[in-house]
Design a protein around this ligand. Structure first.
Ligand SMILES: Nc1ncnc2c1ncn2[C@@H]1O[C@H](COP(=O)(O)OP(=O)(O)O)[C@@H](O)[C@H]1O
Ligand SMILES: [Mg+2]
Length: 408
């Protein structure tokens, strides 16, 4: 699961691949003297780099098998290669040239690179990744200026260029482009990469586990996949990250933890441990617990206890939680709340991000089996995804006992 790895399957990004290839069709067919530009725009972890690299790999495979006219592919990361010179030197290297650090001007690197391409009759498909940084500098703007106008700038060069420029925030980035020509040549085709929903993340995790063989079959079950997918999935009302990298990383570290403990199966507790170790911007905060009302604490403790009993479950039914809550109230010698009040407290805990909920159950492969009829309220399942249960249990017990002591 390294970051260099380019997955073969990219579920939920098929249309982005197709649209890019459609736009590049003249370039792939060998047409000369034009640049076709596609912009990828979307937040981190939405698959922009993976899609672009997958396209490069497929195109170069097809070209090397002679299925296309000659085609060269190149990938530059503008964040890593900060100067205009290093960007063009990398493109030159991908074309097969070697430029020593000294002795060549940027202009010479550009000229040799494109003359070489032109002479060999090859077109170029190029990815410029992390371009947000690029357009904030004058030099960076010039990179895009050159790439979109190779034909005009170099009279002896005749190539077709397919250009993917990747932005995290295209709108903000274009505002800082001063050159009107560059701005207009970038405004053509923009492909939006939206944050992934929980359902999409579950599919991505399953693909990685099953089709790409990232893990031994059976080492991870749908509870864990769904738990991770729900934690990171984006939803219009609730927001969220929608970040596949965070989700994959969490699964990877959870599996590593299970392995280090000599356990062949990844459990929800592995996920909680990993999530509490700072992958998320807000790790567990004890003060947040102190500020809860007594019945909210007891309810949270009830959820914790049930989850501790059912170690392979990431979500437990609200019915089971209610029984445990009533038991706890009896033990503490206080009167339990009624069902509707419990429901309200569940919403409080949910809004504070202390618990996670799921409304429908999934089948074994992460696909939702929607059985919700309009009149029938869905059964709610409750989980705790971000905090290790033993830690939470201890903090809650102490806090509840403290509160009961000071009340007497
Ligand atoms: N649709 C997808 N299917 C499978 N893996 C994906 C998908 N989208 C993203 N990934 C994986 O998630 C991680 C982050 O994706 P990446 O392309 O680097 O995102 P971005 O460039 O938008 O920040 C990578 O490991 C990538 O392989
Ligand atoms: Mg990227």
């Amino acid at each position: 699961m390294s970051s260099e790895y380019v997955p073969v399957f990219l579920p939920h990004r098929e249309s982005e691949v197709k649209e890019t290839l459609k736009h590049f069709y003249p370039i792939i067919r060998g047409e000369k003297g034009l640049t076709k530009t596609v912009i990828y725009d979307g937040p981190t972890g939405t698959g922009k780099t993976a899609v672009a690299k997958r396209i490069l790999l497929s195109l170069s495979e097809h070209a090397s098998l002679g299925k296309f006219p000659p085609l060269t592919t190149s990938y530059v990361n503008a964040y890593e290669l900060r100067s205009k010179f290093s960007v063009f030197r990398k493109i030159g290297e991908d074309v097969g040239l070697r430029f020593p650090r000294k002795g060549f001007s940027t202009h010479e690197v550009i000229a040799y690179t494109f003359q070489t391409l032109s002479r060999s009759g090859s077109n170029l498909v190029l990815v410029v990744d992390e371009a947000d940084m690029l357009v904030r500098q004058k030099e960076g703007e010039e990179v895009l200026y050159v790439l979109t106008r190779v034909g005009e700038l170099l009279s002896d060069v005749n190539v077709g260029i397919g250009l993917i420029v990747i932005f995290r925030d295209f709108q903000v980035s274009t505002e800082s482009i001063s050159n009107v020509g560059v701005r207009s040549s970038l405004s053509s085709t923009v492909i939006r990469f939206n944050p992934y929903s929980s359902k999409q993340l579950a599919d991505i995790l399953w693909y990685r586990v099953e089709k790409e063989g990232a893990m031994r079959p059976g080492a991870v079950g749908s509870e864990v996949i769904e738990m991770i997918a729900n934690t990171f999935g984006y939803d219009h009302q609730r927001g969220g990250w929608g970040d596949a990298r965070m989700a994959l990383k969490t699964l990877y570290y959870a599996a590593l933890r299970a392995e280090n403990l000599g356990r062949g199966v990844v459990l929800p507790e592995d996920v909680r441990e990993v999530l509490n170790q700072g992958i998320l911007p807000t790790p567990f905060d004890e003060e947040e617990i102190e500020k809860l009302q007594l019945h909210e604490k007891i309810l949270l403790l009830a959820i914790t206890n049930i989850l501790l009993m059912e170690r392979d479950k990431a979500y437990v039914s609200i019915g089971d939680v209610e029984f445990e809550y009533e038991d706890l109230c009896n033990n503490y010698g206080i009167k339990p709340l009624k069902h509707t009040s419990i429901w309200e407290r569940v919403q409080v805990l949910k809004n504070k991000g202390l618990i996670d909920t799921r409304v429908s159950s999934m089948d074994g492969k992460g696909r939702t089996t929607q059985i919700a009829l309009p009149q029938v309220p869905e059964v709610e399942y409750l989980g705790i995804n971000r905090v290790p249960l033993d830690v939470l249990k201890k903090v809650l017990q102490e806090s509840i006992e403290e509160e009961l002591r000071s009340a007497h």
